[in-house]
Design a protein around this ligand. Sequence first.
Ligand code: FA5
Length: 355
Amino acid sequence: MTLAEIEQLLQQSVDRALGALAGAKSADELESCRVQYLGQKGFLSQAKKSVGQLPTVDDKKKAGKLANDADARLGKAYDEHKQRIEAAAREAELAERWDVTLPGRRALRGRRHPLTVTADDILDVLGALGFVRAEGPEIEHDWYNFEALNVPRDHPARDMQDTFYIDDDVVLRTHTSPVQVRAMLAIGKPPIRVACYGRVYRNDHDITHSPMFHQVEGLYVDGSVTFGDLKGTLQVFVERIFGAKSKVRLRPSFFPFTEPSVEVDVSCFSCNGTGSGGATVGDDGRCRLCKATGWIEIMGAGMVDPEVLRFGGLDPDKLTGFAFGIGVERVAMLRWGVSDIRLFFENDRRFLRQF
Ligand code: FA5
């Protein structure tokens, strides 16, 4: 071929090849274009081969440049179109398998039960005050549950708690107080400062009482523990659990295992202890949470009865102590305004999700 013929071949064929490459709709079509135009039998190879046969160096240079330019243009066009076809194929494949515009499916995450949250908060506060965890069995000897707590057999105080008996000597524990005696016997020497959390059982059920519920027991025994220490501990406790403005009120009460005994009230956190207004105000302007008294009962407490210290193997002439027992459900109900205790045990996710 002459220089003019090579020039003509390239001019005619490059445009055709570019058009064919651009029109390829699949990787296969593109590949056959490549073989046809850029392969060994294509016009470009033919042109390149002819360059070497041209008579003058000048012609070889010119034709060589033309052939190289054509090669570069076609190569670039081929690469670009190949990328386009591959991207389109990827997208088509994705569209077939995934609709990336669909909203994602949220993975369901578990969360702590509201009673666990409440108990953890109570135990955290007690932990910060130096109480260490103690445990005892839910199926308990009558002796720990009653007798060592100053409640002899056939004593009327047994009626205070409606008990599930396994047999004459074994009960489902009716409170966490038996752990007081277990802790005293196990630890043996002062200071004894324990907190026990766990299930307790009573034959009792209505919207504020459940046959199975939870208590947290606190016990502190040492050389000179006073009623003032109890009051101070309870004050710190209610401030942390119910808010910094909360106040404590102690009312005389009776438990066989403490003397003196008290019911512990916290100032109503709904009406700020005023008895009126607040988040739970009724149509008559009175606070419904505390029934307009300004106070809410939250637990029983008292100074450990000397007889109980003796049952725990300690000397009441040298040691004194205080104890308290909190109903966990009661605290949770107050905190979140739950009016029916059964909701905690029904495992209805619509209820549990709210905490
Ligand atoms: C006692 O159980 C004493 N052991 C508490 C105590 C400990 C006093 C240490 C002194 C020293 P009481 O029977 O009042 O006390 O129960 C304590 C709390 O448990 C109550 O305030 C109440 O919140 C909760 N409670 C009692 N019965 C039920 C029930 N059936 N369902 C849910 N909560 C209950």
